[in-house]
Design a protein around this ligand. Structure first.
Ligand SMILES: O=C1O[C@H](COP(=O)(O)O)[C@@H](O)[C@H](O)[C@H]1O
Length: 235
């Protein structure tokens, strides 16, 4: 595990973008599971503005989680990515594998599990992403596996239907099996509201056992935490 602490969101964006650039440059094809939330917005803007000349045709984009809403909804992780990244880079439509948030959640979890089976290389008979990008909520959730449903982490399926604890919104999320099978996992975590959970996870406190984010530990891949000083202030 490698922990990288930068001054602010802008610095996190810059260094994560450089890491991504290297990954794309040194591989013939790169499969990436994207996250939603507030942190990637700024990072996607930075990448689109400064790295739009990368060879995006080598990149296949997937989502680690999606809210069960239409792709035009302001809650959609896909829409956020289109607005902040996809519409600004030269990436073929065929390289984009979105979760159909508008479809029946249980059916879509099954369909998207099959998409991963059909389109990704496998390791240990499990689909393998080159990179899974994750965020962490201030309750310790990651992808859309929340503390109240932590058992979903160990589901045998590639994807499950999860429920947001406050809004009741349904989401399709990849599970621990897929996340921990990735070649590289990068957490992007910024803001003071994440500091307590970051501290508990890094110091392996008793409370952290309930946080899905604490279960991220790639079997043979690398784990990177990109943090800003606010998120790391209790370390
Ligand atoms: O709901 C979600 O939140 C998490 C964390 O997002 P952030 O806004 O705190 O950066 C994110 O990882 C997930 O993809 C998203 O659906």
């Amino acid at each position: 595990m490698e922990r990288k602490i930068y001054k602010d969101k802008a610095e996190v964006s810059k260094y994560f973008a450089l890491y991504l650039k290297e990954l794309i440059k040194t591989n013939e094809k790169v499969t990436i599971a994207l996250s939603g939330g507030s942190t990637p917005k700024v990072i996607f803007d930075y990448i689109a503005e400064n790295f739009n000349d990368l060879d995006w045709s080598k990149v296949l984009l997937y989502w680690g989680d999606e809210r069960c809403v239409p792709p035009t909804d302001s809650e959609s992780n896909y829409k956020m990515t289109v607005d902040h990244l996809i519409s600004k880079i030269d990436i073929p439509e065929a390289n984009i594998f979105r979760v159909l948030g508008e479809d029946t959640p249980a059916d879509e979890a099954v369909r998207y599990s099959q998409v991963l089976n059909d389109t990704l290389e496998t390791e240990n008979d499990i689909p393998q992403f080159d990179l899974v990008i994750l965020g962490m909520g201030d309750d310790g959730h990651t992808a859309s596996i929340f503390p109240h449903e932590i058992d979903l982490w160990d589901a045998s399926e590639n994807c499950v239907v999860a429920i947001h604890p406050d809004s009741g919104q349904r989401r399709v999320s990849i599970t621990g099996k897929i996340i921990n099978n990735a070649k590289q996992v990068a957490f992007l975590v910024t803001g003071a509201n994440k500091a307590e959970k970051v501290d508990e996870i890094f110091n392996q406190s008793e409370a952290a056992k309930d946080y899905p984010a604490a279960l991220v530990n790639p079997t043979s891949g690398n784990l990177y935490w990109f943090l800003d000083e606010d998120a790391a202030k209790k370390l």
